[in-house]
Ligand binder design. Structure first.
Ligand SMILES: Cc1cc2nc3c(=O)[nH]c(=O)nc-3n(C[C@H](O)[C@H](O)[C@H](O)COP(=O)(O)OP(=O)(O)OC[C@H]3O[C@@H](n4cnc5c(N)ncnc54)[C@H](O)[C@@H]3O)c2cc1C
Length: 481
């Protein structure tokens, strides 16, 4: 297993919120597996090329060994790509958005904000400004948006016993945020967050949840009622428990959901350059466009809609032409993660769907432009299926792809296919690529990672928390000197 960081665990370490330690229990699976002597970990090895350089991806992993993916090929007969999604979806039509030519200050992609509060070395330098901010707006209605809202609203004291890094906690202690709004382009029936995550928002100490407009809720309820979607009905029931604004205690912090709005512009304060207003364009919901008629004769296999695709989930937002303005001193854009083609400058073309942002694969087998499998090359997790799904579904996917690799490997078809494909050999060379073997950069092997891990836990114990993470690669490598 190769990873660009000295640490394993991916988003379980750098995505899952610090106040959800039980979710991180799946790390034990890695610890269990890694005790098998046949397993090798090579951390601090960057495979392929980093995402295109922009202000959010300026970190170049300077301490890592960088090697093209093709340099692995002679040494393995199967390679599985599980490099996740390391970039964000932009808001292409919003002036002042984080990916625009002139981003307003204090407008951050959720990926950057989450990576920062989780101590990811590529974002340790980020310093969101909280001191003068009372109103924060999150764009998006997914679980990541809810994580961001919770971290902004929770008292820093209640986060102190988690593995949130101390420098992050210091910044959060300076926060004056009182009001957090999560806004989506569609209505209450279309939110993407789940019941468990939302229920937690209702139980936050010192935080009141503001009621949603009754007419909007009634419309959503009747839409969901017609579909008989009981889980969504339960969620709407919880979303309906908001407190009438006039009755909100002025000393409480407020969490609010906003609907049917798309950000047109994040407008900066001319003297600071930081966002202070949001211009919104108001939307209305429309039924999805009718699917194109089936060509005649009908194809033998008609793709079926998966059972969780309902009419309410497919309605689309259309601007009404109306605009409104709200104030916000911090904006977090939480509209999804994207995978990158890591083999862009490799001299070998990884089949990559740029539009959907994922490696082209057929049920985990990487396929070329004609849909033909490239023997020995596989993809799993977010890089294969897009940035959706929780750890449980990602693990299920991993288990099924592992079985697929084994069954392909033992099939007689494999040797024949490989003889026609020069990508991965049937009989690889022994050992690991010489670049890794003789690297000037420090390769972090399993025992090295265990030392870093122990040191983090030791530092955490002194502070009464599970671990105090190193937030720079330098400090991780110093442990190994
Ligand atoms: C903010 C956030 C919160 C979440 N919270 C929860 C939760 O509470 N519960 C839950 O069940 N699920 C949660 N998820 C979903 C869960 O994290 C994912 O389902 C899962 O981590 C995806 O696994 P993956 O292996 O595809 O990718 P990742 O976990 O992202 O792993 C990718 C790994 O590849 C490495 N890598 C990337 N590029 C390279 C390269 N070029 N060379 C070498 N290594 C590379 C990365 O360093 C990383 O270690 C959350 C996701 C996010 C974004």
């Amino acid at each position: 297993m190769y990873d660009r960081l000295p640490t394993p665990y991916g988003l379980v370490r750098y995505g899952v919120a610090p106040d959800h330690p039980e979710v991180k229990n799946c790390q034990h699976k890695f610890d269990e597996l890694s005790s098998d002597p046949r397993f090798k970990f090579y951390g601090n090895v960057y495979i392929g090329s980093p995402p295109d350089n922009d202000i959010w991806h300026s970190y170049s992993y300077p301490h890592a060994l960088h090697i093209p993916i093709s340099s692995l090929f002679p040494y393995y007969n199967n390679i599985l790509l599980t490099y996740g999604a390391s970039t964000s979806n932009p808001l292409p039509t919003t002036n002042g958005s984080s990916y625009s030519a002139r981003p307003a200050g204090n407008v951050l992609p959720a990926l950057a904000f989450v990576s920062w509060y989780n101590g990811h070395p590529a974002y340790a330098h980020l310093r969101p400004k909280f001191e003068d901010v009372t109103d924060a707006t999150i764009i998006g209605h997914g679980n990541v948006a809810i994580d961001c809202a919770r971290i902004l609203l929770k008292s820093s004291d209640s986060l102190a016993g988690t593995d949130i890094p101390e420098p992050v906690l210091d910044v959060l202690r300076s926060s004056r945020v009182r009001h957090v709004q999560a806004v989506g382009r569609r209505g209450p029936a279309q939110v993407a967050f789940t019941t468990k995550e939302f229920r937690e928002m209702l139980n936050l100490e010192g935080v009141e949840y503001a009621a949603i407009d009754k007419a909007l809720m009634d419309e959503a309820k009747s839409m969901v009622e017609k579909e008989g979607d009981r889980a969504r009905k339960r969620l709407l029931g919880l979303m309906d428990k908001g407190v009438d604004r006039r009755k909100i205690n002025p000393s409480s912090k407020v969490f609010e959901l906003g609907f049917l709005k798309s950000p047109a512009a994040f407008v900066p304060n001319p003297s600071t350059g930081d966002v202070n207003r949001i211009q919104w364009s108001i939307n209305t919901l429309l039924a999805p466009p009718a699917p194109p008629p089936l060509p005649a004769p009908a194809p033998p296999i008609v793709p079926s809609m998966s059972s969780n695709v309902t009419l309410s989930s497919t309605v689309v937002a259309r601007p009404t032409g109306e605009e409104i303005e709200t104030s916000a001193g911090l904006v977090i854009e939480s509209v999804g993660y994207r995978s990158e083609n890591i083999a862009k400058n490799d001299g070998w073309a990884l089949p990559f769907d740029q539009r959907r942002g994922r490696v082209v694969n057929d049920g985990g087998r990487i396929v070329d432009e004609s849909g033909v499998m490239i023997p020995g090359l596989y993809a799993a997790g977010w890089v294969a299926r897009g940035p959706v799904g929780v750890i449980a579904s990602t693990m299920q996917n991993a288990y099924s792809i592992a079985s697929l690799i084994i069954s392909d490997h033992t099939s007689s078809h494999d040797a024949q296919a490989r003889s026609q494909s020069a990508v991965l050999p049937a009989n690889p060379k022994a050992g690991i690529p010489p670049e890794v073997e003789r690297s000037q950069q420090r390769i972090v092997k399993l025992d090295d990672w265990r030392r870093i891990d122990e040191e983090e836990q030791k530092r955490g114990k002194l502070l009464g928390k599970p671990r105090e993470k190193f937030t720079t690669v330098e400090s991780m490598l110093e442990v190994l000197d």
